[in-house]
Design a protein around this ligand. Structure first.
Ligand SMILES: *Cc1c(COP(=O)(O)O)cnc(C)c1O
Length: 373
């Protein structure tokens, strides 16, 4: 029997979350952001759940090729554009749309020979200070691109640094609007936090929204709001089983470095999951897991292949009992259970995004497709 650790990808949750994005911006088209192999879910699996999107946005030409191999003929956007002139050949061949964020990318386009002109998204740096033209250089970049025979339509985009927090988007929105007001082209501004928190404003929605993490059922602004608040459903469950049980006495320690010392007699469960699976090694004591749908705290250090949990309050938990590390748990007393990935991440000082992307190769992944029962 294989190790009992597996990730489940819930296709119905992907459908649902995509619909949530549509509800927030019904008049906009949706770039489903699927970089990093669909945030760790696997490009092929998420394609099944998100094919109702208007386009797919990612970074990597190899991933774009995979989407074309899966017979996706709709738009694909390279969010960082091309990394060298030669990449433009691939854009022509695969019909990729690409972001243009620096002069070099315009130089490469000007020298590129292509039968079909490219659709590009010109990026303004409105304060994030990663990629994009400064507001003052934006207009001349737009004019230069628009004049190229290699370019079909120029769309305008920017990216918010604080859509999830108290600083908000107003300062960036104003910069974007001021410096693009009279330029023609479709607009794209919002990531998940922008969509959920700010897209009631049509100027913020624009023509294309770019949801990422919300499609996978995590909240972009946890702990202020959790996924349930935003009515998102977890698309990934990581689950395993109890593979060992120890009864320990007061004064006994658990795991490497004797990092946990019992102050009373305890019953400890050993779970088949560790940092080599992508579970964070820095998860502190008290990080929750669901044992048969009931919460239990982890204790001691996370090791490469195992985690320890306190089962003292769960006498029914035995070897073979199902344990949920995050996502959708088994029914308990007739009710569905959940352990939000954001909550686990918060304990570990990180965000749900990182945990889902970090799922390691050795974890087998199953697709749960409701249509196949
Ligand atoms: C990753 C990314 C997104 C999606 O962000 P989420 O916070 O996951 O919704 C949107 N736009 C750009 C440019 C990105 O790089």
């Amino acid at each position: 029997m294989p190790r009992p650790l597996e990730a489940l990808i819930h296709i119905d949750a992907l459908h649902h979350n995509l619909e949530r994005a549509r509800e927030c911006a019904p008049d906009a088209r949706i770039w489903a952001v699927v970089k990093a192999g669909g945030y760790g879910h696997g490009l092929k699996r998420i394609f099944e759940g998100l094919r109702a999107a208007d386009g797919f946005a990612l970074l990597d030409i190899a991933e774009a090729q995979k989407l074309r191999d899966m017979a996706w003929r709709g738009p694909i956007l390279l969010l960082e554009g091309v990394f060298e002139a030669r990449d433009l050949e691939w854009c022509s061949r695969l019909g990729l749309w690409h972001v243009v964020h620096c002069d070099e990318q315009i130089d490469w386009l000007a020298a590129h020979k292509t039968e079909w002109p490219h659709r590009v998204f010109l990026k303004m740096n409105t304060g994030m200070n990663r990629l994009g033209f400064t507001p003052h250089a934006f207009r001349s970049a737009w004019a230069r691109l628009s004049a190229l025979s290699q370019v079909d339509e120029v769309s305008l985009m920017t990216h918010f640094s604080d859509a999830d927090g108290p600083k908000g988007i107003d300062h960036q929105l104003k910069t974007f609007q001021t410096h693009s007001a009279d330029l023609s082209g479709e607009r794209s501004l919002c990531n998940s936090a922008g969509i959920l928190r700010h897209a009631a404003n049509p100027d913020v929605r624009g023509d294309w929204i770019r949801p990422g993490v919300m499609l996978y059922g995590a909240s972009p602004d946890y702990p202020e709001h959790d996924a349930a608040y935003w009515r998102l459903q977890p698309a990934m469950t990581l689950r395993t089983k109890i593979i060992g049980i120890q009864h320990i006495e007061a004064g006994d320690t658990v795991g490497y470095g004797s990092a946990f010392t019992a102050s009373k007699p305890m019953r400890i469960g050993i779970l088949a999951c560790g940092y080599a699976d992508g579970y964070p090694r820095n998860a502190p004591e008290g990080t929750p897991v669901l044992v048969g749908g009931e919460r239990a705290p982890i204790i001691g250090r996370v090791s490469m292949d195992m985690i320890n949990a306190d089962l003292s309050h769960l006498p029914h938990a035995v070897i073979g009992t199902e344990v949920t590390l995050w996502g959708q748990g088994p029914e308990h007393k007739g009710l569905a259970t959940q352990l939000p990935i954001d909550e686990v991440a918060h304990h570990c000082g990180t965000i749900g995004y990182e945990l889902m992307c970090a799922l390691s190769k050795r974890v087998s992944i199953l697709t749960v497709n409701p249509h196949q029962g």
